[in-house]
Design a protein around this ligand. Structure first.
Ligand code: HGY
Ligand code: MN
Ligand code: MN
Ligand code: MN
Length: 395
């Protein structure tokens, strides 16, 4: 993991945004490791990398593990990458100790999950799951997804690398940090994930009238920032009507023009709401979608666009039960829990029996440079994943 994280050379956290140079170098490094291990290397059109330890008796029956290679901006060292490197380590250890498995063992490094560069999430797992992927989107520099994708993926497909969309697996197990405080606070080794929250994300654009800060009479102003602040306050007020588990994050703020002596004419902000209760998520989402009905300055216009929606997802209970037994055998403490973070597993759960293994995040911190998990915890998660893959592919 250290080698791949070092590629970005960032002190202020990881910025391995999809199709960026650090993302390309990381996927190239992963391909090189896969080739050194003698694994079959496949890359799909979105740049997801698949490394296969082909099965001896049932090569077409695939047991998969993995996670996403991209990060949020100023992200941590473990979100996504732990599942990619941990999955590779588990497969390499099994190949060294037990040789070829009966079924194919597959590691997947999904190209994009976070939605940090382009307003689209889970692109890698959606494409692999044969679900629609939006390509007609630009990043904040105006570069199109389609161009960035084509340029980056062309650098991954070289000699000995097959370029296709491989067959779907029987099962998918994602090794991931919890990104929350529960395991750390309660000193529990392993989290066995029962379900993952549903998510809705929106962009809100408030348009007013840029004007002179000194000469424009207060009654004639259309101050976009004032209205945006009032809308955000309204969203937070309304959230109180819902259960504690509905999370609301109002994110990135963009204000134009952003100078003290100009009345802000245009403000953009994001809204991220989540819940493991589908009805609650729908009704809060409707509040956001109807923001334009809220009483504001008649000179102001408000545009709301929704850019992600992922359903509340139940994971595979039989795989979870198997992991309980293996964790007991390994002498690890464990608990069942729901994930407040989104994961590629909620897309993979639509096409394969899917489960997740969590390890603690110190202080529950994630999506930040301070994200940290001690090696002993990482190794416990790896040991459980290795035991599970052994049971499924060699047993
Ligand atoms: O936002 C999330 O929950 C995930 O880490 N992408
Ligand atoms: Mn993640
Ligand atoms: Mn994340
Ligand atoms: Mn995720």
């Amino acid at each position: 993991m250290a080698e791949i994280n070092a590629l970005s050379g960032e002190q202020s956290g990881q910025n391995r945004l999809v199709y960026s140079s650090t993302w390309i170098q990381a996927q190239q490094q992963l391909i090189a490791w896969g080739q050194q291990l003698g694994l079959r290397v496949t890359v799909d059109r979105y740049g997801t990398v698949y490394l296969d330890l082909v099965g001896r008796e049932f090569p077409g029956q695939i047991i998969a593990t993995g996670s996403h290679m991209d990060t949020v901006r100023q992200g941590g060292d473990y979100d996504g990458l732990y599942g990619v490197i941990g999955g590779l380590e588990a497969i390499a250890n099994l190949a060294k100790r037990f040789g070829q498995p009966k079924k194919t063992l597959r590691l997947i490094a999904f190209s994009e999950e976070e939605g940090s560069r382009f307003p689209a999430t889970f692109t890698g797992s959606k494409h692999y799951a044969r679900l629609p992927v939006t390509e007609t989107i630009n990043d904040d520099q105006g570069l199109s997804f389609a161009v960035a994708r084509a340029q980056a993926v062309a650098q991954l497909v070289k000699d000995g690398v097959v370029f296709e969309l491989p067959q779907l697996p029987e099962t998918f197990t994602e090794l991931h940090i919890e990104q929350g405080p529960r395991l750390f606070d309660q000193k529990i080794d392993i989290g066995l994930v029962e379900s993952i929250v549903g998510q809705k994300r929106y962009t809100v654009v408030v348009k007013g009238q840029a004007n002179h800060a000194g000469t424009t009479p207060m009654v004639d102003r259309a101050d976009a920032l004032q209205t945006a602040v009032m809308l955000i306050h309204y969203l937070q007020e309304q959230r109180r009507r819902f259960s504690e588990q509905l999370t609301l994050t109002v994110g990135a703020f963009a204000v134009l023009p952003n100078t003290a002596n100009v009345i802000p004419g245009r403000v953009q902000f994001t809204v991220d709401c989540r819940s493991s209760d589908a009805i609650e998520l729908t009704s809060y989402g409707r509040l956001v979608e109807n923001l334009a009905q809220v009483e504001t300055n008649p000179r102001i216009s408000i545009e709301i666009s929704q850019w992600t929606e992922t359903a509340v997802t139940e994971l595979d209970s039989m795989l979870l039960t198997e992991h309980q037994k293996l964790a007991d055998k390994l002498g690890f403490s464990w608990c069942k829990l729901a994930s407040g973070a989104g994961h590629d597993s909620q897309i993979m759960a639509q096409v394969a029996r899917t489960t997740m293994i969590f390890v603690p995040s110190v202080g529950g911190i994630s999506h930040a440079p301070a994200e940290y998990t001690p090696t002993a915890d990482l190794e416990r998660g790896l040991a459980l994943l290795t035991a599970s893959l052994y049971e499924q592919a060699y047993g």
